[in-house]
Ligand binder design. Sequence first.
Ligand code: CA
Length: 364
Amino acid sequence: MKRRQFVGGLAAAATLSACAQDAADCGGDGAISRQTFEWSCVTSWPPKFPGLGMAPENLAARVEAASAGRLKIKIYGGGELVPPFEVFDAVSRGTVEMGHGASYYHKGKVDAAQFFTAIPFGMTNLELNAWLYYGGGMALWHELYAPFNLVPFPTGNTGVQMGGWFNKEINSVNDLKGLKMRIPGLGGEVLRRAGGTPVTLPGSEIFTALQTGAIDATEWVGPYNDASFGLHKAARYYYYPGWQEPGPGLETIINRDAWNSLPADLQEIVSTTCQAITTDMAAEYTNGNAVSLQQLKKDPNIELRRFPPEVLGLLRTIAQDVVDELMASDPAAAKIGEAYFEYLDIVSENSRIAERAYLNTRES
Ligand code: CA
């Protein structure tokens, strides 16, 4: 081994530029590099928020342990270093090396990215990850982010969300008219066309907006996360299912220069750990939602309700128009959208005779 590599192991931290100057230190010769890295990761979540905010914390802890401390990642909650919705720009510019959030927050900058989080009435968690890892989705995602000097990795998925908390009953499509609701992305546009007023707020501002009546309703995630915000103390009706986000995937984004500076084994540790977090979060949310739902059902002030079929039918029709227009507005969205729906056709057929048929049988 080169002397430089021993020195690197003793140093508290070497800089990215030192690594870039010496390819051998980056593992190019097959030896394990002693180069150490200290990264910052900004997020769109309240600091250490259950599930969403803990996912990057868990990622950082696992990467540090798996790399024997060679890659340390410090996590910043939304607003601690940059605002929650400016993660994309901060990582793209190289202000920080890494970010964690959801790709649909980049609506307006890179509209096609919404396909990698959630499409109303689109893919579930299992289906989305099947597309990303085995159906060609990841290559499209990498291509989409390349001009922004970003490398994306799927990192977590909340599973099917809830429709949200409402202070007004939704008995018919007329009840959507004038409804002021926190609902981001494509789901928000669907609500707008159904006569409502969509609002985008970061998670940290939702409870107060709902409690003060600034909004009539909000979607957030599901029982596990919604209970953490105390949303059940600010609204009476809890509607399902979460048509707007049937299995939203979360993302880690890494500045390409920072990514390229990592030796191959650290790159493998990062990408594998991101995948592990996705699996872990599915288990965490299934458990967290189940336990929280039982607690919420004991509260006499809460009514759990399913959206009327008429309402879901209208929202579904509008959602198809909204997604068609998104695809017509942008060549990248057209290309990714066509691949998405082609895959959805294939994968939903299997879901119908597997998950859905089984669950229907078990419940009957
Ligand atoms: Ca949501």
